[in-house]
Design a protein. Structure first.
Length: 299
């Protein structure tokens, strides 16, 4: 790797925020920034690389990389949590960018052993970590100015969403359901990406008594008493749309069921925590509190 890229990656490692840090390996491989052949692993990583204007240097993406449209035209490797080192190496990358979600460990170790430059970023569904990912990928690709513009826009959108938050007692209680068909239904508790985006949008997670995800049960849903049900578009489709949703245990007996209030968004935008995070917060805010509603409860 040339001195410029080696120095950039060294800076990436040194400029940590809080307890979040990145790792980079194999900095001695000869590479120039103009000849980079990037493998982007993870939907958010791929979005960031393309948003930085480096899409023309991407030679492969993982199966979760569905945005932007150009990314769908790149050769696919396996899902970033079930990687095959052989499939990745067949695309002759000079730089692999992933998060700590990438695996299995044996595949990562095999990639490291080949000498290909590897940048692994921390995974955490937060605004702070999204900014860290953008900064570090931008520094690695020598696109700091574009990265700063992306971050400024993201922060502006989040601030705009916050300016439309209602008072605490007027916030909607939102239940997020992760669905992959009728037989796979999980409800988001605290300390999840779903809770983070609900909070950014000015809502309140309807589930407050556990962390992570748990299977949907009628009793828990009724007790949560949500005002709105939130899903990913693909999840809602997998259970038969809104009609199928209200047939799920307990949902018809909630305030959301009374109003038939269901919201769905593109999953990567909503929970990817990539450069569209601010856009997602704004869109969910506007869906929870439509513009034609009164503003008397807003700040």
């Amino acid at each position: 790797m040339n001195c410029v890229l080696r120095s950039i990656l060294a800076v990436v490692l040194c400029n940590t925020v809080g307890t979040l840090s990145a790792t980079a390996t194999n900095l001695g491989k000869p590479v120039t920034s103009n000849s980079l052949r990037i493998i982007a692993l993870g939907g958010a990583v791929t979005e960031i690389v393309f948003a930085l204007g480096a899409g023309d240097r991407v030679v492969g993406v993982d199966a979760s990389s569905s945005y932007p449209e150009e990314a769908k035209q790149r050769p696919k490797v396996a899902y970033h949590r079930r990687l095959s080192a052989e499939g990745i190496l067949s695309l002759e990358p000079t730089l692999i960018i992933a998060t700590t979600e990438a695996g299995p460990p044996q595949a990562i170790q095999q990639l490291e052993s080949t000498g290909v430059a590897l940048l692994i970023l921390p995974h955490k569904p937060s605004v702070e970590n999204t900014i860290i990912k953008i900064k570090r990928i931008a520094a690695t690709l020598n696109e700091e100015a574009t990265g700063a513009a992306l971050i400024n826009r993201l922060q502006d959108e989040i601030e705009q969403a916050k300016s439309y938050h209602p008072t605490q007692d007027a916030k909607a209680k939102v239940l997020f359901i992760y669905a992959r068909g009728q037989g796979s239904l999980m409800v988001a508790g605290q300390n999840t990406g779903a809770e983070t985006i609900i909070d950014l949008a000015g809502g309140v997670n309807a589930v407050q008594n556990y962390d992570g995800y748990k299977p949907l049960t009628s009793e828990a849903v009724v007790a949560a008493a949500p005002n709105a049900i939130l899903l990913m578009d693909s999840g809602l489709e997998s259970i038969g749309g809104p009609a199928g949703l209200w047939q799920l245990p307990g949902l018809a007996y909630t305030p959301a069921g009374d109003d038939k209030r269901v919201l769905s968004f593109n999953g990567l935008m909503l929970l990817g925590f990539g450069p569209r995070l601010g856009e997602a917060a704004l869109a969910l805010n506007q869906a929870l509190y439509p513009k034609n509603s009164t503003d008397e409860n807003r700040h």
